[in-house]
Design a protein around this ligand. Sequence first.
Ligand SMILES: [Zn+2]
Length: 133
Amino acid sequence: MTKQFTEEELKKRLTPEQYHILREKGTEAPFTGKYLDHHENGMYTCAVCGAQLFSSDTKFESGSGWPSFYDVAKSSAVTLTPDNSLGMQRTEVSCASCGSHLGHLFDNDPDSPNNQHYCINSAALDFEPKTKK
Ligand SMILES: [Zn+2]
């Protein structure tokens, strides 16, 4: 089921930078995001709808300047779309629940255990720490 949010509501709720990235397919400046050097255990969620997207278990250091994951929490969590903008062949990653732009997927990263590299904007994510019991 796709969650619908009005753009007006999202403009109020998100920061201007978040809105630009999530709804206008922007990209944050590298090495600036709040989740780049973030190593807590837990789940990264969509900043718009809260869907669970990436587990901290799959986060790795890519050196790209953006939070990087080698897998998604579950394959149905994101939508992959070919993106040939800016003269590059890339795959756009967006939230399957609400359609918001998250980042890009690259499949040739030697730093990744499986060559898959989900390069995701910090501003597109929220974080739920794993509760210790
Ligand atoms: Zn979402």
